[in-house]
Design a protein around this ligand. Structure first.
Ligand code: PGA
Ligand code: ZN
Length: 429
């Protein structure tokens, strides 16, 4: 049973406060912490911050921590940690608000994840196995990693409007091999960038991708293509982009030059122009997935682009992991995959519910990190346990990103000849 819960404030990878929890049972203590992103919108669960400008510029989370140490502790002590849905429901009942604004989704999720880890220990099974038992009971599968190699948008200080360019080692035969391919490509890319843009171009963004000043998406894709060809894995590595188009949508137009002081506002593209650009990109590069190609309220163009069937279309800002928006997108077939950010939901149980929704619609699911991460590797186990086929957790560089990739490596080793790498089956639909 749960004997004690202790919350505390720690810092995330961007140096911003976040919540960490130690949850104690008779089996030991179990630690979890929660990430945070750029996009915090009206559809997400509430990240409770103190808002006192005198403390961490308003970002401290002492109220969320207090909620853990008092109200949540009181409600959960004595509960069986294997009963995940009851634990999560107890917190939901205690919070009583639709978006978890009372206790804070950050407080609730940290406890929910720590309880999940404790539940696995109680059953004496690995975490991914426990997660698999809690849901679909599919066979654990190692996901294809989508490594961020170039960062832009709000995640980097360069000129690139789109948020990131990723590589997917779909043709690897194991996760270990995929990690090697990702790392080698990353380092070849560093050399390519250094040749063309000098040392400064090799600075990295929040997720670890390089951030040279690029005047177009194509320029970035060309660099990555060159790096992949230097590795000799050309046939095995595919590309993906996260456009995060909401960031540069003005009215009904898209400003791909929004980060250029002298060009901003001069080169507006319509939704139709954007579709045309994506068609050209998919024809010229091995792009298999595009995330948020349009503004989050531009349901019309995202559907039209999705209908073309050129690649996987991932809804991140479009869906915000929100139940109602996912249902709408399924109903209108607006996209073909869900980007799952567990902290936008707030409990493990509810995350499993939205995954089920997406899977029943034969969508892909990409388990995702946030730009502000911690060393917690829960999402690695989550992606394996749910056999979701895809994980996106940054560059093969920087500790908070590697915490997840290295955990996947360890689990693959532990599974031995039982290990299955999603590979060509990465969409798992
Ligand atoms: P965020 O972005 O964590 O900064 O919101 C992550 C993503 O869009 O993939
Ligand atoms: Zn995104």
């Amino acid at each position: 049973v749960i004997t004690k819960i202790k919350g505390r404030q720690i810092l995330d990878s961007r140096g911003i406060p976040t919540v960490e929890v130690d949850l104690f049972t008779n089996k030991g203590s179990f630690r979890a912490s929660v990430p945070s992103g750029h996009v915090t919108g009206m559809y997400e669960a509430v990240e409770l911050r103190d808002g006192d400008k005198g403390m961490y510029l308003g970002n401290s989370v002492t109220r969320a921590v207090k909620n853990i140490n008092e109200k949540i502790s009181e409600a959960l002590i004595g509960m069986d940690p294997t009963l995940q849905s009851q634990i999560d429901q107890a917190m939901i009942d205690l919070d009583k608000t639709e978006k978890k604004g009372e206790l804070g989704a950050n407080a609730m999720l940290a406890v929910s994840i720590a309880a999940c880890k404790a539940g696995a220990a109680e059953k004496e099974v690995p975490l991914y196995k426990h997660i698999s038992d809690l849901s679909s009971k599919t066979n654990p599968t190692l996901p294809v990693p989508a490594f961020t190699v170039i960062s832009g948008g709000k995640h980097a200080g360069n000129n690139l409007a789109i948020k990131e360019i990723m590589i997917l080692p779909i043709g690897a035969s194991t996760f270990e091999e995929a990690l090697q391919m990702g790392s080698e490509t990353y380092h070849h890319l560093k050399a390519v960038i250094k040749e063309k843009y000098g040392e400064q171009g090799c600075n990295v963004g929040e997720d670890g991708g390089f951030s040279p000043n690029l005047s177009s998406v194509q320029e970035g894709l060309n660099l990555v293509k060159e790096a992949i060809s230097r590795t000799g894995y050309s046939e095995k590595i595919k590309m993906a982009i996260d456009v995060a188009a909401t960031t540069f949508c003005i009215g009904t137009k898209y400003d791909l030059d929004y980060k250029f002081q002298n060009k901003s506002g001069q080169n507006f593209k319509s939704g139709d122009d954007m579709i045309k650009m994506y068609e050209e990109l998919c024809a010229a590069y091995p792009i298999v997935s595009i995330e948020d190609p349009f503004d989050r309220e531009d349901w019309e163009h995202v559907k039209r682009f999705s209908d073309l069937g050129l690649c996987q279309v991932v809804g991140d800002d479009l869906l915000m992991s929100n139940h109602k928006r996912i249902e709408r997108a399924i109903h209108e077939s607006s996209c073909t995959a869900l980007l799952l950010k567990v902290n936008q939901i707030g409990t493990v149980t509810e995350a499993l519910e939205v995954v089920k929704l997406a899977k029943d619609a034969h969508w892909g699911v990409v388990v995702s990190h946030r730009s502000g991460e911690t060393e917690d590797s829960f999402i690695a186990d989550l992606s394996i346990g749910l056999a979701m086929g895809q994980i996106k957790t940054g560059a093969p560089c920087r500790g908070e990103r590697l915490a997840k990739y290295n955990q996947l490596l360890r689990i693959e080793e532990e599974l031995g000849d039982q290990a299955v790498y999603a590979g060509e089956d990465w969409r798992a639909t």
